[in-house]
Design a protein around this ligand. Structure first.
Ligand code: ADP
Ligand code: MG
Length: 459
């Protein structure tokens, strides 16, 4: 596979992951310049684009490159120098991807095994430290647990530490912070941090090159193993099997394991029962969605770190309106700042609203399952508790099914998630409800109208 093929595939991934609109606005114009000595060089035509992509998509781009090409160590995006005839060339801005600051002291595990490359470990983002992590009610347990693990010198406080929560709420940040802290406090400890995706990729490669002994040795001889986004290996049976054995070997030696996932161990579909129960053995800490105070705190901390001058009312506005997750919140702030930089005017409330129009609308539209249940219950004149109850009488079962149907349509929650919100029902029950309502909608005009009305009210 040539570098250009890899790049084509990465572009396609970015397009599907971020959607057509985002891709066209920001990512389309990235050009691959060259790959040299493990360093990918890419360009964008303007400083504005380059900064924006740097702040918002660089991590993902770097991950995709590392996954596609094992020899890639860093990724760099620069401003493309202008042709001479078009005027003075832009000064290339600083390189981005050179997060070579992995574990300074900690020995890179693979490097010790003769003939192996040292990149078993994914690079750590230098910004993701405990110092930069703002603690609030929603993440205090996960944060405290992460600290405890990072500071434990000779003991293993809980094994594994399992951190879970929705996207963009700080799971990866906490894991990197643990990595940084261990490197600083116990430089002799051998630490590996990598995504479950990369673990699988490594494993497949080991299989292909008949090198599984080496693979096992490497992973089973570390002091601390961190696997990010474990949900990725759900349904990947042989990787899971290997992970299971690695896991057990490390637990047997009393070595620390830290895992993150997007849901609790019990909810990991496609994960073997024995694996799910092992994952829940130690401490399970969930990160909840942020509240207003935490969002404001995070924005203030960013502004302080960057020594940015900005009207505090703008921060309050953002904290109030961008409620989805921290990644989006940070992205919104960056976008507002990049815009003001570009047009050379201070940020105002008006320009903020203007620049973030699409994002604000998307955040407004987020509807919760509780709201849906409430509206539907009111509409059909049943009790809210009937949404969760086991009663099967049609008078309550039908509205409940309608609510499930609307939950699927109006939220991005998965079927198991929806089932849980309806008194812990199974996802197959939800599926059945969706089919049933879909079918009835065709035959029953009154019901179809009810549903349309409810939908309009909710939106
Ligand atoms: P996840 O891995 O849960 O999807 P990340 O750890 O990648 O989320 O976090 C997304 C972004 O939000 C990162 O830039 C991270 O630094 C930032 N972030 C999340 N939570 C916090 C927090 N409590 N304090 C400061 N920054 C945070
Ligand atoms: Mg993450």
């Amino acid at each position: 596979m040539t570098d250009n093929d890899n790049w084509e595939r990465i572009r396609e991934k970015l397009r599907t992951e971020y959607g057509e609109a985002t891709f066209n606005s920001w990512l389309k114009n990235i050009e691959l310049e060259k790959i040299d000595g493990g360093k990918v060089s890419m360009t964008l035509p303007t400083r504005f684009l380059r900064d924006w992509v740097f702040n918002n998509y660089a991590n993902r781009i770097r991950q995709l490159w590392c996954a596609a090409d094992d020899s890639v160590k860093s990724v760099d995006i620069r401003v493309k120098p202008l042709d001479r005839k078009n005027g003075a060339g832009h000064k290339p801005t600083f390189g981005l991807g050179e997060i070579t600051e992995t574990f300074k002291g900690a020995r890179a595990v693979a490097a010790e095994t003769a003939g192996q490359d040292a990149s078993l470990m994914a690079p750590l983002d230098p910004r993701f430290t405990f110092d930069n992590f703002v603690v609030g009610k929603s993440n205090e347990l996960a944060h405290a647990a992460a600290r405890r693990v990072a500071e434990a010198k000779d003991s293993v406080p809980f094994n594994p530490l399992y951190i879970y929560g929705g996207v963009g709420l700080g799971k990866t940040h906490l894991m990197h912070a643990i990595g940084h802290a261990i490197a600083a406090n116990c430089p002799t400890k051998r630490v590996i941090y990598l995504s479950a995706e990369k673990f699988m990729y490594r494993f497949i490669r080991a299989l292909r090159f008949k090198d599984t002994m080496n693979f096992k040795d490497q992973f089973r001889s570390v002091d601390v193993l961190m696997i990010d986004d474990v949900q990725f290996i759900a349904g990947k049976d042989s990787t899971q099997e290997e992970f299971f054995h690695t896991f057990n070997a490390l637990v047997d030696q009393n070595h620390q394991i830290i895992i993150s996932g997007d849901r609790s161990p019990t909810d990991l579909e496609g994960m073997e029962e024995r694996m799910r129960s092992r994952l829940g053995w130690g401490l399970v800490a969930d990160i909840h969605p942020t509240d207003y105070e935490l969002r404001l705190g995070i924005l203030q901390s960013k502004v302080e770190q960057g020594k940015i001058e900005i009207d505090p009312r703008i921060l309050e506005f953002l904290a109030h309106r961008i409620t989805s997750n921290v990644r989006e919140l940070e992205g919104a702030l960056n976008r507002v700042l990049a815009y003001s930089d570009l047009v050379g005017r201070a940020v105002t409330l008006e320009s903020t609203q203007e620049v973030l129009r699409d994002l604000l609308r998307a955040n407004d539209r987020r509807i919760t399952i509780e709201e849906i249940q409430k509206k539907v219950a009111e509409h059909f004149n049943i009790r809210m508790s009937d949404m969760h109850s086991a009663r099967r009488a049609r008078a309550v079962a039908r509205p409940r099914q309608v609510a499930m149907y609307l939950a699927k349509q109006l939220t991005s929650r998965s079927l198991p998630d929806i089932g849980r919100k309806f008194g812990g029902r199974d996802h197959t029950t939800v599926m059945h409800a969706l089919r049933k309502i879909e079918e009835l909608r065709q035959q029953d005009v009154a019901l179809a109208e009810d549903i349309d009305l409810l939908r309009r009210m909710l939106e």
